[in-house]
Ligand binder design. Structure first.
Ligand code: ADP
Ligand code: NA
Length: 329
């Protein structure tokens, strides 16, 4: 039976990119593989970002991430859902992998280069991020990793680290594979500046738990085809992020209607956005109601995280023992 592992950072409110890129697949794989699927709120990763490491907020964001995933359909009684910092073996394995990984390889990672460029002083943890991620996955000997396609390079490095360890210390780890949600969606930010990401802040994101009127304000202000200036100009849906969102939220009839409508100037951008908002509401309203229910019962959420950490440790501990023995500790 495959073993599934994936992580999500508590660096901000989860958004529709996380949801369509990864969380939907957590639910599907969770239903298939039950307790062999592990989902981790990666708070150790989160503190590589100085802006997201406020100690007054971190625990609350971990809690919110659990709420969002449970509301999206992940059942903590059926899968293993936990916080990374509750399982210290992640850090122990990470150190062993750090010693197997050349600095140059880490410096070449695209995500590292993008993020490092934003800091005046780059924390070493940001460079080690992919090593910790390899430890997250291999600590459970997971072979299946549902992620968005922005993580492809990190998964490749994980495979390399597994090969290196196996070569050095003897056959131990599988070489895990990334699995993508249909079409390997990479959801664009609502501000029109590249990929939607928590680390880019609220202007980039549409939160799955964001109030619907706030979502509407962002959609209303969102850029569309820049060539379409007047209502009577035909537009090109291929270059419009609203059309990308329609493909996620709307039914096929609506997608076709706005596709043709845009190309023939039969529908204006505001009406097209209103149609999108109908799909967004239908999708997110029930999810947001479930989240309200969960927030009203914080003990349930905290107990689920505690229980999840115990289940995760039960899998990790013997694997870490094996590693210690092989390394010579
Ligand atoms: P973020 O970049 O928003 O901080 P994370 O690093 O926590 O997100 O990633 C959590 C999961 O969501 C990962 O599997 C990642 O590949 C996926 N993901 C993040 N942003 C997007 C996006 N814009 N489109 C598709 N998937 C995404
Ligand atoms: Na990311």
């Amino acid at each position: 039976m495959p073993r599934v592992f994936s992580g999500i950072q508590p660096t901000g409110a989860p958004h529709i990119g996380n949801y369509f890129g990864a969380m939907q697949n957590y639910v599907t794989l969770g239903e298939q593989f039950g307790k062999n699927s592990l989902y981790c709120v990666v708070d150790l990763h989160a503190i590589t970002n100085p802006a997201a490491s406020d100690p007054r907020e971190l625990a609350g964001r971990t809690f919110d991430m659990a709420v969002a995933n449970f509301a999206a359909g992940l059942d903590p009684a059926k899968v293993v859902f936990f916080a990374q910092s509750h399982v210290p073996e992640h850090q122990e394995l990470s150190w062993v992998f750090t010693c197997l990984t050349p600095v140059g390889e880490l410096e070449r990672m695209t995500q590292y280069k993008d993020k490092a460029a934003q800091y005046e002083s780059v924390p070493s943890g940001l460079l080690m991020y992919p090593v910790l991620m390899a430890a997250d996955i291999l600590l459970y000997k997971a072979d299946t990793v549902p992620v968005g396609d922005d993580q492809t390079q990190h998964i490749e490095l994980t495979r390399e680290i597994a090969r290196k360890f196996n070569h050095h210390y003897g056959e131990t780890f599988p070489e895990p594979k990334a699995v993508y949600n249909q079409g390997a969606v990479r959801v664009p930010g609502v501000d029109g500046h590249g990929k939607m990401s928590k680390s880019k802040g609220e202007a980039s994101t549409i939160g799955i738990l964001e109030p619907l009127d706030s979502i509407w304000q962002k959609l209303r202000a969102a850029p569309t085809d820049p060539q379409r200036v007047r209502r009577t100009d035909p537009g090109n849906p291929e270059v419009c992020l609203i059309f990308d969102y329609h493909k996620l939220f709307s039914d096929l009839d609506t997608i076709q209607l706005v596709d043709v409508g845009c190309r023939t100037a039969g529908i204006g951008c505001v009406d097209c956005k209103k149609k999108l908002m109908e799909g967004v509401t239908a999708h997110l309203e029930p999810l947001q109601e479930r989240a309200e229910g969960l927030r009203a019962d914080p003990d349930y959420v905290r107990d689920a995280l505690r229980q999840g950490a115990q289940e995760a440790r039960a899998i990790a501990a013997p694997i870490m023992d094996e590693v210690r023995h092989k390394v010579g500790f």
